[in-house]
Design a protein around this ligand. Structure first.
Ligand code: F6P
Length: 340
């Protein structure tokens, strides 16, 4: 059996742990693994590397992906599917393991529907992929954001100023919710719940009254209910996603004007995606890689390995990519108890 593997979309800590686990498990079973570089681009351009056990030594703790990644959409490229199938035939690939989020696995679902043998591995720091309780990368990102919030509390209190922390999360506020709860934020703003600026101002003033300074955690995709403060660069990627950025600075300016207290914005950005994975993410990524090879060897296709409770199980990719997993209202209500 020859297995192809690629990593697509935004990188995240744990991708290398998946690659290592796939290679180790496949090699032990007598299978061979070929890596394609930079996501779907590697299949379009036939840019590949043979992955044996020696090639994956030392990968477990390394952030990023040794295969490289891109947001290439092969369905937006002329004869994209045909070019990819030709590459797979040339390398005599029996099954493909794409590791990615909604976009990468959306392409995987289409290829599976066209008859290709595909077993997906879910990845995104945003944790917004449906069908799995958690994706690897999320725990690491939350840890980075929480550490930042812990540090910002002490400097904010010393200067009696509001600190607005902008975290990643385009459509879903999981990082803001978890990092904000873990870090004791005074307000958490997420894309799922358009916020009321008056309410945020009131929470900040209340926090100042207690003798401490407010920390406001805001997802990059969060918006006020009145539609103001919309911030994006206007640029889009190959899957049509707008590049976000700027809500933290815009909100800090409004809070400074409305509270009469100095406000500063901190954008955590790609720091959340870089560096070594947490223990949880190393184990989850490793288990996903092992389960992907099990699924391939069992002859499954059109599935994605997923965490359900403490078990890793195959679920239909098409179901997992049909909609995003957003923060439910009741989870946000838990965090609201601590606002102000
Ligand atoms: O999809 C994961 C993610 O980290 C989002 O939270 C964020 O909006 C996006 O990637 C940023 O992508 P890029 O690095 O391509 O700007």
């Amino acid at each position: 059996m020859r297995i192809g593997i690629l990593t697509g979309g935004g990188d995240c800590p744990g991708l290398n742990a998946v690659i290592r686990a796939v290679v180790r498990k496949a090699t032990a079973a007598g299978d061979e693994v070929v890596g394609f570089r930079d996501g779907w681009r590697g299949l379009l351009d036939d840019d590949s590397v043979v992955l044996d056990v020696a090639a994956v030594r030392g990968l477990l703790p390394r952030g990023g992906t040794v295969l490289g990644t891109s947001r290439t959409n092969p369905y937006a490229v002329e004869d994209g599917p045909g070019r990819m199938l030709a590459t797979l035939e040339r390398h005599r690939i029996d099954a493909l393991v794409p590791v990615g989020g909604e976009d990468t696995l959306g392409v995987a679902a289409k290829l599976a529907a066209e008859g290709l043998r595909v077993v997906g591995v879910p990845k995104t720091i945003d944790n917004d992929l449906d069908g799995t309780d958690y994706t690897f990368g999320f725990d690491t990102a939350v840890g980075v954001a929480m550490e930042a919030i812990d540090r910002l509390h002490t400097t904010g209190d010393s200067h009696h100023r509001t600190l607005v922390v902008e975290v990643m999360g385009r459509h879903a506020g999981w990082i803001a919710l978890h990092a904000g709860m873990a870090g004791g934020a005074n307000v958490i703003l997420i894309p799922e719940n358009p916020f009321d600026v008056d309410g945020v101002v009131a929470h900040c003033l209340h926090r100042f009254e207690s003798g401490f300074s407010p920390i406001v955690v805001v997802s990059e995709g969060a918006r006020p209910a009145d539609g103001g403060l919309v911030t994006s660069t206007g640029q889009t990627d190959a899957f049509g996603h707008v590049r976000l950025g700027g809500i933290g600075a815009a909100l800090a300016a409004v809070l400074e004007a409305r509270t009469g207290r100095e406000s500063r914005a901190v954008v955590l950005g790609h720091v959340q995606r870089g560096g070594t994975p947490s223990p949880f993410d190393r184990v989850l990524a490793t288990r996903f890689g092992l389960a992907a090879v099990d699924a391939v060897d069992a002859g499954l296709s059109g599935v994605m390995v997923a965490l359900r409770g403490t078990d890793v199980v195959p679920v239909p990719i098409a179901e997992a990519t049909a909609q995003l997993k957003l923060v439910p209202r009741e989870r946000y209500a838990e965090a609201e108890v601590f606002f102000g």
